[in-house]
Design a protein around this ligand. Structure first.
Ligand SMILES: Nc1ncnc2c1ncn2[C@@H]1O[C@H](COP(=O)(O)OP(=O)(O)OP(=O)(O)O)[C@@H](O)[C@H]1O
Ligand SMILES: [Mg+2]
Length: 279
């Protein structure tokens, strides 16, 4: 798989996938780590970059994973991890460019950003080949992307995060002529809230056409997405570590959701071929 991918992939041009949303707690770090691990478990070289190093969720996730490997002797694949800190003395744009140079041999770079606006986060957004914006399935979360008419329940206008993404797209185009693919994923979907789900689905669909993002299949609320943090693992790892023994249905469903997300991200054709052969 790897040689086939290496042959057809442009060398030293990793696919940069940024998880961003100005709203906190929507699942950026969780989904970033699950995606990174899913790619690692398929034999890809993956880098993770933490632009929210003060909170450090993804850095802690990776550190916990390393400790798990040392403690148990299981050779779980590790990403190359970098954490960038905000400092008034640093030139942020060039720090991030240096970090990306450092991991240029990887196939994919997964960047986690904070749930608020910052210069580092803006710089990260402007390097995205793919921007993934998880939103909780709630009108409060949608408000970050667009204002909704409370009576007609229709989109009134895009709001501040949508504008920020627009600026990041412009910055990206100006720097290297590249374009950014924006993918929104509804996260923590409940099993029972049919009415809210339908309304959110309609509003997100309308907004997608209006401001130009794609909508990936949603991710459900599942304990498995949070219970493995202390060992730095994901449902993917459990399946690998169980070596064919039966795993719970919710784990199987979670793995499928992450696979669907990988596909929705439109990874390069060669990468997808590689994935398909191991899924
Ligand atoms: N699909 C899911 N099912 C269950 N729990 C989830 C799911 N997605 C995220 N969580 C939980 O939701 C909380 C917020 O997730 P996470 O820290 O990944 O969000 P974030 O967007 O990175 O937050 P921040 O903006 O603070 O960095 C965590 O407790 C996480 O375990
Ligand atoms: Mg986070």
């Amino acid at each position: 798989m790897t040689s086939q991918m290496t042959a057809s992939r442009q060398p030293a041009v990793p696919r940069v996938i940024v998880f961003g949303n100005e709203k906190g707690g929507t699942g950026k770090s969780t989904l970033a780590m699950h995606l990174a691990v899913a790619l690692l478990n398929r034999g890809l070289k993956v880098a993770t970059i933490d632009l929210d190093a003060r909170q450090g969720t993804i850095s802690r996730y990776v550190a916990n994973r390393r400790l798990f490997a040392e403690r148990t002797g299981h050779a779980v694949p590790m990403p190359e991890h970098l954490a960038l800190h905000m400092s008034p003395h640093q030139i942020i744009e060039s720090d991030l460019a240096n970090a990306l140079d450092h991991v240029a041999h990887c196939a994919v770079v997964v960047i986690d950003t904070p749930g608020h606006d910052s210069a580092l986060s803006q710089a990260g957004h402007a390097y995205a080949d793919v921007l993934v914006t998880p939103i909780n399935d709630s009108l409060i979360d949608l408000d970050i992307l667009a204002h909704v008419d409370p009576h007609k329940q229709t989109i009134l206008r895009p709001s501040h995060y949508a504008e920020r993404v627009w600026k990041a797209k412009q910055a990206r185009a100006k720097r290297d002529g590249g374009s950014m693919d924006w993918v929104v994923v509804r996260n923590r979907l409940g099993q029972l809230e049919a009415r809210n789900k339908k309304l959110m689905e309609r509003l997100v669909g309308d907004l997608a056409k209006r401001i130009g993002f794609r909508v990936a299949d949603g991710i459900h609320e599942r304990v498995i997405y949070r219970e493995l943090f202390l060992d730095g693992l994901t449902a993917e790892d459990l399946a690998m570590l169980s070596q064919g023994r039966e795993v719970a249905m919710s784990h199987v469903a979670a793995r499928q959701e992450i696979r669907n997300l990988m596909r929705a991200l439109g990874l390069p054709e060669a990468l997808q071929t590689g994935l398909a052969s191991t899924i």
